[in-house]
Design a protein around this ligand. Structure first.
Ligand SMILES: [Zn+2]
Ligand SMILES: [Zn+2]
Length: 124
């Protein structure tokens, strides 16, 4: 999995009749700032658009790992289901999976040099 920046934008029209979608508000999620700029440009150019609030969100995308690094599969029931934990981090956070069959601990996404998850926190 990896953290990715995405943008949520809501476009609101004065009346449903004036919107191309036929509804007063449409919510879109885009992956790229160019797409966001395009939507904002269109919203600005439309005199019937009354508001277009948007926000950046970091989302975890991709599949969770399904086996530990020793090859023990996590699926299959309570005996093999890993113990799940979460490390808060400046990057957004990391999913921690502790294998029940061996000492392996998988951290996903992988902790990078910019991460502060592995360092002790000043308040703990
Ligand atoms: Zn294992
Ligand atoms: Zn991190």
């Amino acid at each position: 999995m990896e953290w990715r920046d995405r943008w949520h934008i809501t476009i609101r029209w004065d009346r449903a009749d004036n919107s191309p979608a036929g509804v007063v508000s449409v919510e879109r999620v885009v992956d790229h700032p160019d797409e966001l700029r395009y939507l904002i440009g269109r919203a600005r150019a439309d005199p019937h658009v009354v508001a277009f609030p948007y926000r950046r969100v970091r989302e975890l995308v991709g599949e969770e790992p399904d086996a530990c690094l020793e090859g023990h599969r996590y699926a299959g029931g309570s005996a093999t289901r890993p113990v799940r934990d979460w490390w808060p981090c400046s990057c957004g956070g990391h999913l921690v999976l502790r294998c029940r069959l061996c000492p392996d601990i998988r951290v996903d996404p992988v902790v990078s040099t910019e991460c502060d998850a592995a360092k002790p926190r000043p308040d703990s």
